[in-house]
Design a protein around this ligand. Structure first.
Ligand SMILES: *Cc1c(COP(=O)(O)O)cnc(C)c1O
Length: 421
């Protein structure tokens, strides 16, 4: 089967598509894997081709089906970004187009600055990534954008906010939330957002899902009605805690066409070497995530009965019926993050972290190595007391990102650290 045949390739599964699509060896002198094109500028095939490339880049013209367009300058686009984008589309169910960014925050900020104008509002779920919250509350607000905060897990309240917020332009969901893994019903929120258009002929708010914690392997927001998926590629996509990257993916290529010029203006595109590195990591994302999720499930469920731990937060252990319903409906597997809550508070949490030998005490997540941190004093330390309470970030909470080590070694490590608490 010719990998370039779009009709045949639609039958293929993501793990096959990522290895057969989006890269033409003929454009890399026959190299079986992509070359790196580090050039900052590109030679035009003719002055007419240069004129056409600028018209297309500025949005003054629309490319014909199959039209070959000259590259211009690497802040706008370059071959390694194109290869990465085509291959990451293959991994995300429901996606047709993507953009690569130099980190997750760059992806989120570039999307929001394209889609929001002063006087418009954005609904967002909390807990949400700290940088995202800071950007909405402290930067966008100063530019006249109204942020409407809804706590994750409050399904009715989110519906109400989406139905009633004035001049609503964006709904930004982060699910599961970090570090409490509270889930938001993507299908329901997207349906409520879609109803606004039919009700009062407003334009439909764009629904964005930060899918960093469960995608692209276990949660597929674009098939549940979301418009845009955002990733910190720094986490599972790259997987080795050795680079920063971000990705946006859309169901409708028009949305990506809208955001692309903002990326070109801000220079938030991922550099060629990093694109090449990330492209090489994509074929193993599902393998790494599957192994890490199986490890995490075994360990979380084993630790649930350990008397030293007050509570293990993990999707298969959710006590709340609505949270269980959302998990079962929209996630294929529970993922590789869990949190432990210690009755002994900060002191117990610190003792536990101090005694880990296999797992390391570090922030970030999604790498092949297991990392653990104390959110209250690190990733979430900027919160006010009320925010800690509402987000469920307690003194005794430890967040764990499980890697691909042998799960028996990890469980033994956690058990010996618990014994020292
Ligand atoms: C890490 C992270 C981000 C930010 O990504 P960077 O690559 O660090 O810019 C955004 N959202 C979530 C859920 C994250 O975990």
């Amino acid at each position: 089967m010719a990998p370039s045949d779009p009709h045949d390739s639609q039958q293929l599964h993501p793990s096959t598509k990522v290895l057969t699509e989006g890269f033409d060896p003929r454009l890399s002198v026959g190299s079986a894997r992509p070359a790196v094109f580090r050039s900052s500028t590109y030679v035009f095939s003719s002055p007419e081709a240069a004129e056409r490339a600028f018209d297309l880049s500025a949005g003054r013209a629309r490319a014909e089906e199959g039209e070959a367009v000259d590259l211009i300058y690497s802040r706008f686009n370059h071959p390694n970004a194109e290869i990465l984008e085509d291959q990451v589309v293959a991994l995300e169910d429901g996606a047709t187009a993507a953009l690569a960014f130099n980190c997750g925050m760059a992806a989120i900020m570039t999307a929001l600055l394209t889609l929001l104008r002063p006087g418009q509002s954005i609904i967002y779920t909390v807990p949400i990534y700290g940088g995202t919250q800071h950007f909405i509350q402290d930067y966008l607000s100063a530019w006249g954008v109204v942020g409407v905060l809804v706590h994750s897990g409050q399904t009715e309240r989110l519906d109400h906010a989406i139905a009633t917020a004035e001049n609503l332009a964006v709904v930004l969901l982060e699910t599961p939330a970090n570090p409490t893994l509270m889930m938001t019903d993507i299908r329901r929120a997207s349906a409520t957002a879609a109803e606004r258009k039919t009700r009062d002929s407003e334009s439909r708010p764009v629904v964005i899902v930060d899918n960093t914690l469960l995608g692209p392997a276990f949660q597929h927001p674009l098939t549940l009605g979301a418009d845009l998926v955002a990733y910190s590629g720094t986490k599972y996509l790259s997987g080795f805690s050795d680079m920063l990257a971000g990705v946006l993916l859309a169901k409708d290529p028009e949305l990506i066409r809208r955001i692309r010029p903002t990326r070109g203006l801000f220079g938030t595109i991922l550099q060629p070497d990093e694109c090449w590195l990330l492209t090489g990591r994509l074929p193993t994302v599902r393998l790494r995530m599957s192994r890490a999720s199986k490890n995490a499930q075994r360990i979380a469920e084993a630790l649930a009965s350990n008397p030293k731990v007050k509570r293990v937060i993990y999707p298969t252990l959710f006590p709340d019926a609505d949270q269980r319903r959302i998990y079962e409906k929209q996630c294929d597997y529970p993922g590789a993050m869990f949190s432990l809550d210690f009755a002994g508070g900060k002191r117990a949490a610190f003792d536990f972290l101090r005694h880990l030998r296999v797992a390391r005490n570090a922030v970030s997540l999604g790498g092949v190595e297991t990392l653990a941190c104390h959110p209250k004093t690190t990733t979430h330390s900027g919160f006010a007391e009320e925010e800690f309470r509402q987000a469920g970030v307690t003194d005794g909470l430890v967040r764990v990102s499980v890697g691909i080590e042998d799960w028996r070694d990890l469980l033994a490590d956690f058990e010996q650290a618990l014994a020292a608490v």
